[in-house]
Design a protein around this ligand. Structure first.
Ligand SMILES: *Cc1c(COP(=O)(O)O)cnc(C)c1O
Length: 359
């Protein structure tokens, strides 16, 4: 028998979550963000599930975009980091991808290229996040130069928010964007999941939901995924493979970071950081055994972690364990571990077998 760990990907939940994003988008085009191997869910799988309903896709890599075209995707495909060298541009045109143009170097590459076909581009403005994009000062010049290029068929203005998921919100960045975009007559793309869910004023013509498609809340401290109508897509399960009975004073795991204060029964789960479970998840991180909520104990090892079975006397070797997903929010696990569900999903290790379910 193979090691009992599994990740199950629910394709119908993915479609359901896309429809929720779409319902918030009005008439805007909703690009399913499938970068990072569809946030760890499998690019090919996600595109197979969403191919018939998604308005378009957004990702980072030219090779991934080619894979989508080869799989028959005819919708727009946005390259969120654009292109990286002049040779990329020929493929961008041939595959009819929509690159982001976010800096002077890309603009120069475009000006020097002779493209086999015209392309649509996303002109990215840095409105305050200070990651990618033209500054307010550089933007008018960049727009004028793009407009002068016959190879550029259409331009969508784009920005990305740094704090759409917290109290600060988007008003400052949105004001900068609006001032710059005003009068251009161009379509705009602003919203990631959090902005789409919280700020209807940021919908524009193209939205870019990512994490919500995978069933997590983009702002778990403010709103839970269930309250948003989202369904978990990835469920990580395993089994108890060992049980230990402890007396007061005995320790658990590497570093002995957990000490039993009384008699305890602990379960050892076949799941560790080499499977993608966060090593920094502390004692008390939630976990389900036999469908009942309990807590992890001590340090996460490479291949195993320990959990508390003291109050679950019927559970033992062979009991099913849920690490996150259905009935145990990945957001709750991530919060306990001091991270975000995005990181949990993306870290799912290649050694974990993936199964699909549809419904
Ligand atoms: C990753 C990404 C998104 C999606 O963000 P979520 O928070 O996952 O919805 C949207 N836009 C850009 C530019 C991104 O890099």
């Amino acid at each position: 028998m193979p090691r009992p760990i599994r990740a199950s990907i629910n394709l119908e939940a993915l479609r359901h979550n896309y429809r929720i994003a779409k319902a918030r988008s009005g008439s805007a085009m909703a690009l399913a963000v499938v970068k990072a191997n569809a946030y760890g869910h499998g690019l090919e799988r996600a595109v197979r599930a969403l191919g018939d309903i998604a308005d378009g896709f957004a990702l980072l890599d030219l090779a991934e975009a080619r894979l989508l075209r080869d799989a028959g995707v005819t919708q727009p495909i946005v390259l969120l980091e654009g292109f990286f060298e002049p040779e990329d541009l020929r493929q961008v045109a041939e595959l009819q991808l929509r690159p982001t143009v976010h800096g002077e170097a890309q603009l120069v590459m475009l000006e020097r290229a002779s493209l086999p076909k015209p392309i649509d581009v996303m002109l990215k403005i840095n409105t305050g996040m200070n990651r990618l994009g033209f500054t307010a000062a550089a933007f008018p010049g960049a727009l004028a130069r793009l407009r002068a290029l016959p190879a550029v068929r259409s331009i969508t203005l784009m920005t990305h928010f740094a704090q759409s998921d917290d109290e600060v919100g988007i008003s400052g960045q949105l004001a900068v964007f609006k001032t710059l975009a005003h009068g251009s007559g161009l379509p705009v793309s602003l919203a990631n999941s959090a902005a789409l869910l919280r700020f209807p004023e940021a919908v524009g013509q193209v939205v870019r939901p990512g994490i919500m498609l995978y069933g997590s809340s983009p702002m778990p401290a403010l709103q839970r995924a269930e309250a948003l109508g989202l369904r978990p897509v990835m469920t990580l399960t395993s089994e108890i493979i060992g049980v230990q009975e402890l007396v007061a004073g005995q320790r658990v795991g590497y570093g002995g970071t957990f000490t039993a204060s009384g008699a305890m029964r602990i379960g050892v789960v076949a799941c560790g950081y080499a499977d993608g479970y966060p090593r920094h998840a502390p004692t008390d991180t939630p976990i389900l055994v036999g469908g009942r909520r309990t807590r992890t104990l001590g340090r996460v090892s490479m291949d195993m972690l320990a959990c508390d079975l003291t109050h679950l006397p019927d559970e033992g070797v062979g009991s099913p364990v849920t690490l996150w997903g259905e009935r145990l929010s990945a957001d709750d696990v991530a919060t306990a571990a001091g991270t975000i569900s995005y990181e949990l999903f993306c870290a799912l290790a290649p050694r974990v077998p993936v199964t699909e379910k549809d419904g």
